[in-house]
Structure formats: C-alpha cells, structure tokens
Design a protein around this ligand. Structure first.
Ligand code: SF4
Length: 675
C-alpha cells in the first residue's frame, strides 16, 4: 500500500507491505529514500495506551452521546453569545479533508473565523510574507531546484536533521555538480557542520544580513534591472531601506559571501523556523524574497526562495483555510469578491466576514472567558504553545472543551469530552508537501476500538447542528472533489491555486491517485518563471523592511533557542515508542557554550535551573563546543509524558510577529544557574 510518511514536510512516499515499511521508489519527493524516522515507522504501529472510546466527563460514552453533547454545547454557546464565542484549534497533522470540513463548519456555517491551527507556530510568517510579495501564499520552487542549484543557503534551518531526505539531495548536488552549501544560523548545527561555510549570525540577525546582501548586490551591479522594471513594484523604497542595514558579521566574510551570492545565478535560499519563529519573522522572509526578486532568481531551474514546511500537511492546511486569517482555496478575507465567491460556492449565507483569532490570541480569549466552547484536535497546546501554564489554566477555566486525539495528553486530561481519533496508517486522505505535491495517505490497518477520522467527527457534529445538507459526505474522495471544485470555481486564472480536473475525479481514481503537483495541468511546475504574479497589476512587491528591530537584545540573560532533534518528532507520541530513536538522545538537556559553562561553574551532567518570570525547569546541562555564547539550546520534545517535569514551552512568552502572529520560539529570555 502506497502512503506518505507522517513526519516532516518533505513528504516522502512509503510503501507498507508484508516486509514492513520502506521508501516508495516511485514517489518524486524521495525516490525510495527515507531518514531514520521514516525507516522505523513500522515500529510505531502499536496501540498501547490509545484512546479507544469517547468519554464524557471521564466516563465512557457512545459516539451518538458524545457527538450530541458537543453539538448541543456549541449550539448553546453560539445562541447565547454569538458565533465568535466558540473556536476550533486544529493541526498540521490533519489531512486536507479533515481541515476542509472543520474550516467549512466554522467559517462557512457557524460564521466565525475562529479556527486556527498549530501551523501558526511554524508557517504563519512565510504565509504572510508570500502574500505580501506575490499576492498569494505560494512557494515558487520545487525540490529539483536543490539538484540544479550551484549555491544553496540554509537559513535558520537544521535541514540535516529536520528535512534529512531533502538535505541529502543538496549533498548529492555537491558531489555531482560542485554545489556549495552555506548554513546561516546562530547555532553550529549538524547542517552547519556539513556545510561548506557556516555564517554564525546573532539571533535575529538574518533580516539585517539579507537586507545588506540586497544593497551589496546593487553596489556590485548584480541586480536584474530588466526583471525589476517589468515584473515588480516597490524596488526603490526597499533598496533605500536595505542600504541602512548592517550585515552584523565580519566585514571581510560579508564581502566574500556577497561575492558568492552576486556571482551565482543558480541560488536557492531554503529557510525554516530560525527565520519564521521570530518577532521579525514576516519581515525576514520578505528580506529573503527581496533579494531573489532583485536578482531575478525566482521560478528558474536551480533558483528561488524556498520555504521549508514543518509538518506533513502544513501546506494542505493553508490550501483549505486552516489558518484563522485565510479563507479556503487561497481566497482572502480582505477581498469582498473572494468572500462572495466562497459564500456562493458553499451556499453559506452566514460566512465569516473577518479573520478569527490567531493561536496565542485565541488562548488568551479562552483564558479571559470570551471563548465558551473550544474543540482541539490532533494537537497538544498544553505543552506545545508558549506560556503552557497559562494555556492549562485557560483550558481549566473554559466552560466546555472537546479534545480529539489518538493518545491521552496534557490537553485531553483537561477536556470535558474526549473523542478517540484514527491516526496515521488508519485513515485516508491527502497531504501537500513543501513543493506543492499532493500525495495520498492511505489506511492500511484498522483503527483501534472505536477511533474515527476527524473529518467524520466534524461532519457528524455539523449534521447535529442543522447543517446536514452541506455536509452530506460519504467519503474522503467526495470531500477532496469539493475542495478541488472550489479551487476552480469562478477562477479565471487570477488565483494560482487550482486543482483543475481533479474536481471531477471518480472514487476509483482517488483510490489510486499518484502524487500530483499544483497548479494542476501546467507543464512548468515552477511558479513565476514568466514574471507574472497574482497581484492586481501582475507585479511582485518588494517590501521595505527595517533591520532596526532585528538588533540583538543586550540583556544579561540567555537567549533560549528551542528546536528539534534528529530522531524525534513533536512531543514524541509516536517516535518516543521506538528504542532505536530514543537512543540518539535519551533525555532532555540544556546545551550551553563552553565559555558560559566556565563562567557559571557548570560541567556536562550538572543539574541546572533555567527559568524566567513564567517558571523554572531543572535539567542536566550539556556543553556544546559549537554553541554560541549567550544562548541555550533545548529540544522541544520532552513533556510530562516522557519524564520531564514540564515542557520547555512553559518558559516561552507571548512575544510574536505582529503581522503573522507566529510565536518567537527562538528568542526566549532565561537565566541559568547551577544547582
Ligand atoms: Fe519522513 Fe521527513 Fe524523514 Fe522523509 S525526511 S522519511 S518525510 S521524516
């Protein structure tokens, strides 16, 4: 059975068969290759501790009883306080069909924008920046660009651990064509170790570096003025602002690096959470896009900016309006014509007219009593959101909380109703990876107990709330067809997101569907090679970004940088079951630089207290020879379920990008002392 790996946004194809789970040799994302997480997928197929039956108030219930209660309590809250008194918080682990139904119910029929997703925590800044620059949330490039580039920059990305199969493509390109690899990161990660050059910037220094590169390329005569004149707007203001940027690195190194950039047309800039999870995340992405627009390096073989996505379906959620700030099919809340298109297509007279609350604001609203009923699905915000103590308090205060998940979590333990969800290997649907490739996820074994797919739960509640006619789906194929039909509905080509003929795909074709890239039906998979952008005038927009606010915080505290480890995924509900994966790093630790360790009198293995005004964690210290002084790195994976006193997100604050709402997970401020 062909399906797709449930972990990172590379979206590798796998084949589940009698001999276990192996890489799919025919999937274009990986051509049979898998990383260690993918190769051990077969070891995660156990149902120990699963949620297997609906629970109401801690007591086992039937599905009809549980669904009736959910529909009744949401209906009562809406009747008493209006549609904005309820909310959904969902997940990049959702399949596109799950996302489509949840979004349709909240935005189309309940009439509120209050559905947000944990993709807010990783992809919101690129989404906002791409809409500003291109007019639509679009990743121009494809994975083949990593094979065809002469220079690949990994910015704020430990791709060697977080997107291993794609990173291996870059390494193969180095072998076959001499591609140079540069890591731009405050931390000397595994990616930096394997790169030809590591440019160690201060935390938040990437915006200034890219702005300065833009100005330097202008000074070196390396800009594509023909492309700028014919296909862009806003160049002069953006360049004037870029001239003010200090690159923030050694002057000689900057000159050498700028020469490398100026002289290499086949340039791919791949960026990830080090860029995105910052109070300047959106502006930093625009600084990267500005450089590519100014040099005309976009939509061409081996050239383009490339936003790496974190979760297996971060892109699919964006296609169907999983973020509170977007409508389905890349339609915009800001455009009344777009709202009308969606209202007509769904026959939804009460369609939400304004964006809903973004994740951090949403849980603030739960905490202060504005949200009266909350449905959380496929995610564990009590451990994964910043200010986890406040999130837990919010859940306890909320009059009605529903949690749908596969395993019990710190979130489900605070729910009024718990719904057992079918997970990977048990449910059907589609996902979209970082290069806009839609792949099937297929069920190849039954879900345990009474677990059900999320789309079914939302459909059943929608029917009980009186919206049955609009939710008469019999299968994921019928949902996918409607999603595809919406992408083409009244779309005269102005919107790039278009699934074209898939809208008429029969069930049998959906069953055997092979990976397919959108926009469907175009011969050229890259976007913008023709210089046309989906803005009102067809031109891309430079965004004048200031590097001022990217300055390093001089407080005498450590910058807390959180991230992934090579062999773990999120809060380890799946990867934590595999001894081979746990062997890579057995327990949580806080890594600091040797100079900081000496100053604090800390040796590897010593217990240290890391804290701030939100709380304190006690962990063994690790000394990392390549850790930058003044910063601490901690993996995000360990939770109470895995023996940690609490989650590192207890220390993360509410600071977030003012445009995208993405939390600044890479820039926490903490103290550290030996105990
Ligand atoms: Fe899965 Fe990502 Fe590894 Fe591919 S690279 S096998 S998608 S975790």
């Amino acid at each position: 059975m062909n399906t797709t790996c449930p972990y990172c946004g590379v979206g590798c194809g796998v084949v589940a068969g009698r001999d276990g789970i192996v890489g799919d040799p025919d999937h274009p994302a990986n051509r049979g290759k898998l990383c260690v997480k993918g190769t051990t997928l077969g070891l995660t197929l156990d149902d120990r501790d699963r949620l297997v039956a609906p629970m109401i108030g801690g007591q086992q219930a039937s599905w009809p009883e549980a669904l009736d209660v959910v529909a009744k309590r949401f209906g009562e809250a809406i009747a008493e306080r209006g549609p904005d008194s309820v909310a959904f918080y969902v997940s990049g682990q959702f399949l596109t069909e799950d996302y489509y139904i949840a979004n349709k119910l909240m935005k189309g029929f309940i009439g509120s924008g209050n559905i947000d997703t944990n993709s807010r925590l990783c992809m919101a800044s690129p989404v906002a920046a791409q809409i500003r620059a291109f007019g639509e949330d679009l990743v121009p490039g494809i994975y083949e660009d990593f094979d065809e580039a002469d220079l690949i920059l990994f910015v704020g990305s430990n791709a060697a651990w977080c997107h291993p199969v794609l990173f291996q493509r870059a390494l193969r390109a180095r072998e076959s064509r001499g591609t140079r690899i540069v890591a731009i990161d405050p931390r000397r990660s595994a990616t930096a170790d394997l790169a030809d050059l590591h440019i160690q910037i201060a935390p938040g220094g990437d915006l200034a570096l890219f702005a300065a590169l833009f100005a330097k390329c202008a000074a070196k005569g390396a800009l594509d003025y023909d492309f700028i004149a014919r296909h862009t707007a806003g160049f002069d203001a953006a360049l004037a602002m870029a001239h003010q940027a200090d690159p923030g690195i050694d002057a000689e190194l900057f000159d050498q690096f700028a020469d490398m950039i100026a002289g290499t047309p086949r340039l791919v800039t791949a960026f990830f959470q080090g860029v995105n999870q910052s109070v300047i995340g959106t502006d930093t992405v625009n600084a990267i896009l500005n450089l590519h627009l100014a040099t005309g390096r976009i939509g061409k073989p081996g050239a383009g900016p490339f936003s790496l996505t974190g979760q297996p379906n971060a892109m699919g959620g964006r296609e169907v309006g999983g973020l509170a700030t977007q409508l389905a099919a890349h339609l915009s809340f800001d455009d009344s014509a777009h709202r009308d298109i969606l209202a007509r297509f769904w026959n939804a007279p009460h369609l939400a007219r304004k964006p809903g609350l973004k994740a951090i604001d949403l849980f603030d609203a739960v905490h202060d009593g504005r949200i009266k009923a909350l449905w959380i699905a496929g995610t564990n915000p009590a451990e994964s959101l910043p200010r986890s103590a406040l999130v837990r308090e919010a859940l306890e205060r909320c009059p009605f909380v529903v949690v749908a998940d596969c395993w019990p979590t710190a979130t489900s333990s605070r729910a009024d109703v718990v719904l057992p969800a079918a997970g990977w290997s048990e449910k059907d649907g589609t996902v979209t990876n970082s290069e806009r490739m839609i792949s099937r996820q297929r069920a190849f074994r039954p879900a345990p107990g009474e677990a059900k797919p999320d789309w079914w739960m939302f459909k059943e509640v929608a029917c009980r709330m009186g919206f049955g006619e609009a939710f008469a789906y019999s299968s994921t194929a019928s949902i996918f067809r409607e999603h595809a039909a919406l992408s083409t509905f009244e779309n005269d080509g102005a919107r790039v997101f278009d699934l074209g003929p898939l809208a008429a795909m029969p069930d049998e074709d959906y069953d055997v569907m092979r990976p397919i890239q959108w926009p469907v039906g175009r011969a050229e998979p890259r976007l913008f090679g023709d210089g046309r952008f989906p803005t009102a005038d067809g031109r891309a927009r430079f965004v004048a970004v200031s590097a001022e606010h990217g300055a390093v915080d001089e407080e005498k505290k450590f910058t807390l940088n959180t991230g992934r480890l090579r062999d773990q995924w999120h809060t380890m509900t799946r990867t934590g079951r595999v001894p081979e994966l746990m062997a890579h790093r057995e327990a949580a630790a806080a890594t600091i630089a040797p100079a900081d360790a000496a100053r604090l009198g800390i040796a590897t293995g010593d217990l240290a207290a890391i804290g701030n005004e939100r709380g304190q964690l006690i962990l063994p210290a690790m000394i990392g020879a390549d850790q930058a002084s003044g910063s601490i790195f901690m993996a995000m994976h360990w939770t109470e379920a895995h023996g940690s006193a609490s989650t590192v997100n207890m220390l993360a604050g509410a600071e977030r990008d003012p445009i995208s709402g993405e939390p600044a997970f890479k820039h926490g401020k903490v103290t550290m002392r030996r105990i």
